[in-house]
Write a protein that binds this ligand. Structure first.
Ligand code: AMP
Ligand code: GLY
Length: 424
């Protein structure tokens, strides 16, 4: 069969890598892809958000299955457009993707379905948002309602910072229309974990747990990024909490969405905050996490294609997944200056040496081929991912490989996986 993977990040390279191992797959296209996907798939120069162009490409090239990586095309309704043309596509409808596309939609759904989350207020004018913030006090969290490329959340330590966030989001509209509405939320404490499940509209199949590292620098310091590294499993998600996440978070969401005529098909990603054995949901995403996808798919055994098809066809209850019991760790190497401004076009050296290490896969994110060389082309550039008997060995293998690959100015965190080590 022919598969189209939409997107060009580390997540999409990991998906292409996994799908390429399927005996059912003859050809993969990646749109737009990166230098990593180019070695396993044919890159197509169509932007991930050019939904109509992607649908036309899939129709013209008789694509059997399209897998959508990023949230933006999902929220734009790529799945609806493909379905209208009779094309098979994995992901939620535009309406169901509102669980990520609108923080307010998501909070209101959690309220209706009884899913534990932070107390909040929802505002469409700055004055009321500010009055609520003054009344609640700090710390407090201000969120742009719409998609803001992972930058729409301010965890404010004092009231001034929260008020400034309201001005920036709603007044200056730094995220455009995504800031027409605000969610102001109770600040939760604890340890975060990512909990992802395949969903077919009626039922779900959980994946192994994982944990992201959002802040740019060691010790969770500095500005938030898209994610500087991830590992799986996340020991903070004990077997009891795993069960609780299934029953108190994923199940009520899937059943509630179905009841209300918005069946959720695709991956439901719950960002959890865990404290004293209690779970609260920080947010939902409507897709694989990036970088969580890299360590997760490296542990996934067997063929991914039948799982995606079962989600689309509504027979996920017949599917089981086996997972490698070992641990995986992904260390992201980013451009100098990321998540702020950064240079592009810097040559990357040592890719082959790193990839040759035992148990290591180097997933590409912001890379491209220029004059026969692999160069940087984005903020997050590589996700060096390793598997090990325990998280300690996975960390060791990943960092040994990281030492072998890079470019002048490459930046990475030195403490990916440390929280898991401390919990053992
Ligand atoms: P989100 O875009 O909703 O994933 O938020 C990004 C990050 O902001 C999360 O991963 C948390 O680190 C932080 N965050 C979001 N909501 C809260 C909250 N209510 N309390 C504390 N931190 C939060
Ligand atoms: N790594 C966090 C996300 O994909 O949203």
């Amino acid at each position: 069969m022919k598969i189209l993977v939409v997107g060009g990040g580390g997540r999409e390279h990991a998906l292409v890598w996994k799908l390429a191992q399927s005996p059912r797959v003859d050809k993969i296209y990646a749109a737009p892809g990166n230098a990593g996907t180019a070695s396993l798939a044919e890159n197509v120069a169509i932007d991930a958000e050019a939904v109509e162009q992607l649908a036309a490409f899939a129709a013209a090239n008789a694509i059997d299955l399209t897998v959508v990586g990023p949230e933006a095309p999902l929220v734009l309704g790529i799945v609806d457009r493909f379905r209208e043309r009779g094309l098979r596509v994995f992901g939620p409808s535009g309406q169901a993707a509102q669980l990520e596309g609108s923080k307010y939609f998501s909070k209101a759904a959690m309220d209706r379905f009884g899913v534990p989350t932070a107390a909040y207020g929802e505002f469409t004018d700055a004055a009321s948002a500010k009055a609520y913030i003054r009344a609640q006090g700090a710390p407090i969290v201000v969120k742009a309602d719409g998609l803001a490329a992972g930058k729409g959340v301010t965890v404010a330590r004092d009231v001034e910072e929260a008020l400034a966030a309201v001005d920036a989001i709603m007044g200056e509209r730094i995220f455009g229309d995504a800031g027409a509405r605000l969610v102001v939320e109770e600040c939760l404490e604890g340890e975060e974990a990512s909990f992802l499940a395949f969903c077919d509209g009626k039922t779900f199949l959980p994946m192994v747990s994982s944990q992201d590292h959002k802040p740019a620098f060691d010790g969770d310091q500095g500005p938030n990024t898209g994610g500087m590294g991830a590992y799986s499993p996340a020991p903070v998600v004990t077997p009891e909490l795993f069960e609780e996440a299934c029953e108190t978070v994923i199940r009520p969401m899937v059943e509630g969405m179905a009841r209300e005529g918005m069946p959720y098909v695709g991956i439901l990603y719950a960002g959890l905050m865990i404290k004293d054995g209690n779970i609260k949901v920080l947010e939902f995403n409507c897709r694989f996490g990036d970088p969580e996808c890299q360590p997760i798919v490296m542990r996934m055994q067997g063929d991914l294609v039948p799982v995606l098809e079962a989600c689309i066809d509504g027979n996920l209850e017949d599917v089981t997944l086996q997972w490698d019991p070992r641990a995986t760790v992904c260390v992201v190497q980013a451009s100098e200056g990321y998540p702020g401004r950064y240079p592009k076009g810097v040559e990357i050296r040592g890719l082959e040496d790193a990839a040759a290490r035992e148990g290591v896969v180097v997933f590409h994110a912001g890379t491209q081929v220029q004059d026969g060389k692999v160069v940087t082309s984005g903020g997050r550039v590589l996700g060096v991912t390793a598997i090990g008997e325990g998280v300690g060995q996975a960390i060791e293998r990943a960092y040994q490989a990281v030492e072998l690959v890079g470019w002048p100015g490459a930046h990475y965190r030195k403490d990916i996986g440390k929280k898991a080590l401390e919990r053992r």
